[in-house]
Design a protein around this ligand. Structure first.
Ligand code: TRP
Ligand code: SF4
Length: 329
């Protein structure tokens, strides 16, 4: 008998097109994991509603586009279960049951809760749903009896809460849930074109779906080594984000060449950027081609989301039967 694969569960909120930071962070990690683990990846559209409840008009579109980005980047419905949270209503039932046993102070103490309320000051986040965000997240995870949850470090407190909620459930009603491990995703070394963290809301991102002309323009605007002012100044590639990009997208010989040419002021930043943009465009070409394909074949995307959600629902349903049995209600 072969030992069962460990089960991995993770989700993303549909907040818009995916960029290179997402690709080299969470997404590439997922793509690698689908080869070795029993993976459940979903689009957390209910979670998007916790902050966008006043204006939910984009969520459906973003959900489909996110699935398209996933597929184009290399997640395979043959290798993992790809689904949409709101299509598996069982998450909501478990959320309700977990909310009965989750002390409110655990949620008020949650660091991301206060942070987000301060950050998104133009929105009223004093809702019950927003406070309960991590309870829904716990339901998402333990409904599949996940062994591990790949997330960025910002999400680690939520996985810790998930373990605490699972432990409390088991203590009260008997052991149903394993306590999942946090599998930390390394943050991507790719920065935005302004050298801040790449983020859609900073307007500094390069998207997987950007056409070549857009990529050239964005790369031309990238901030390089801030100490290098004149073309005749020697540069330091180790502090230059363009050089980091070269490392990801250009052939190794070129990377070595640029490294020395930059240090000796033998290449200008304009030319250096042009070379990099060319390789980045080449790298993204097949991804963008698949994005175009799925955008014109949305019936296939719909079918993948429906089939994945059916598979997820089956597993979630079995867990809920156990849960109802344990609580005897
Ligand atoms: N809260 C996560 C984020 O904002 C998204 C998410 C929802 C999630 N449910 C999850 C991640 C379950 C991992 C597991 O990124
Ligand atoms: Fe960066 Fe290239 Fe300019 Fe050097 S030459 S500072 S690596 S953009």
């Amino acid at each position: 008998m072969t030992t069962a694969k460990k089960r991995i569960v993770s989700g993303m909120r549909p907040t818009g097109a995916l960029h290179l930071g997402n690709l080299h962070g969470a997404l590439q990690n997922w793509i690698n994991m689908q080869e070795t683990y029993d993976c459940y990846f979903f689009i957390a559209d209910w979670h998007a509603l916790t902050s966008d409840y006043e204006d939910p008009g984009n969520i459906e579109n973003y959900t489909r586009n996110m699935m398209i980005d996933w597929l184009a980047a290399g997640l395979s419905p043959e290798k993992c279960v790809l689904f949409v949270q709101s299509r598996v209503r069982e998450h909501a039932e478990l959320f309700l049951l977990l909310s009965m046993i989750t002390p409110v102070p655990w949620l008020e103490r949650n660091p991301t809760y206060k942070e987000q309320i301060d950050q998104l000051e133009n929105r009223d986040l004093s809702t019950f749903g927003f406070l309960g965000y991590p309870v829904l997240q716990a339901a998402d995870i333990i409904i599949y009896k996940a062994d591990g949850v790949p997330v960025g470090v910002d999400q680690a407190p939520h996985i810790e809460l998930t373990r605490e909620i699972a432990r409390r459930f088991n203590h009260l009603y008997g052991r149903v849930f394993p306590e999942p491990d946090t599998v930390l995703t390394e943050t991507s070394k790719i920065l935005g074109i302004d050298r801040r963290k790449m983020s859609k809301s900073y307007n500094n991102a390069i998207f997987l779906s950007d056409p070549p002309e857009t990529i050239r323009k964005k790369v031309a605007r990238m901030i390089t080594d801030p100490q290098r002012i004149k073309r005749t100044d020697p540069g330091d590639p180790s502090v230059c984000n363009v050089f980091t990009f070269h490392g990801f997208y250009s052939p190794p010989e070129l990377v070595t060449e640029i490294d020395s040419a930059c240090r000796n002021a033998e290449i200008g930043c304009v030319e250096c950027k042009k070379k990099m943009a060319g390789h980045l465009i080449e790298f993204l070409a097949p991804v963008r081609e698949r994005i175009e394909y799925y955008r014109t074949h949305t019936d296939q995307v719909e079918q993948i989301m429906a089939a994945g959600s059916d598979r997820a629902r089956e597993v979630a349903g079995r867990t809920l039967a156990e849960v109802r049995g344990a609580i005897k209600i």
